[in-house]
Design a protein around this ligand. Sequence first.
Ligand code: ZN
Length: 373
Amino acid sequence: MRSGGHCALCHRYLLESEITFAFEKLGELAHIVAQTNSELAPRGLSELSDEDRNLAENLMLACGHCHTDIDKRLQAERLDVHWLLMVKQRHEQRIRQATALAANERTVLLRLVGHIRGASTDIGALEAVAAVNMLAERRPELSLDPNRAGAEIDLRSLPGEGNPIDSGYYETACQRISQIISERLKPAVERAEVPHLSIFGLARLPLLVFFGSRLDDTVSTEIFQRHRATESWTWDDTQDDVTFHHRVHAEGEVGATEATLVVNASGTVSLGAIPVDVKDLPTFIIEPIGAAPNRDTIRTRSARDSFHAAVSDLLGYIEAHHKSVKRLHLFAAAPVSAAIILGRSVGWGFHPSLVVYDAVDDRYRFALEVKAP
Ligand SMILES: [Zn+2]
């Protein structure tokens, strides 16, 4: 098995006839130190016990040709025990490396777990692993979590969730998110241990946006969410596709430094509920084309990616037509994946910062501002 079905000497494949191409076991177990302690046996004189002579450590998988070759009397003197052991070890090491998982087949799981409207939520590690496995694209790893269990960024112990704005909950939760990302994720990325990230989140929307803004831009990422229709974390790419676009609701004043972004991805934000002081700003809307948004509008990865593309298009539009906008006020009815995508897209570089509002008792209140870190 360690030799992977190849002759350790000439590397010929030993599980198929080279004549008929039929399955055939052509490998032979060649003794390095001969089976019998005799001057007449190839490399036979040794202190190795009879038992040890038949262990895998003293055997190498070889084709019949190579087996005969190394056991010829004169060859056995030229190709000694030391040389054969070296060849055997090198071959077995190569097979081990060649059959190991490549970096691009691994994904590291990162979960953000908080409260949603008073209810403590949970994403079990095994649930997250199962969702990644269902896609059958990458092999999940829990390496960022030293305990290999439980939540990786756990906000459930933080006080004040019931009244997040007045209690300073958002401030402490953002600190916790930043801390764990800089202590665990960032060093692992720098050590090149994170070829790919799988993100799971359950928390209030402003925290998901903030979380997205703190994720490393250089690591490719798959975002998961729990789907209402099935209560499952698995993306069902067989569902009908939804396409998102942005539209300009109001161009506002030329040279405005602030603007408003309304996201209707899992429901429809009532424009009447938006605070008066941001009402007359340039206003942009992101919404699905040709359908009213509902809780399962983003059901497939292509719908999710279409949302991402609509956000990028809008940022391009703002860059081209509203260059002076430095702050974007966000009012969103959006599922987890869309909230994280908003954070990943907007809080960076030359893009405007994102002022995130939370819906509390049917009105929107300022929750937090996402700026480039
Ligand atoms: Zn061979």
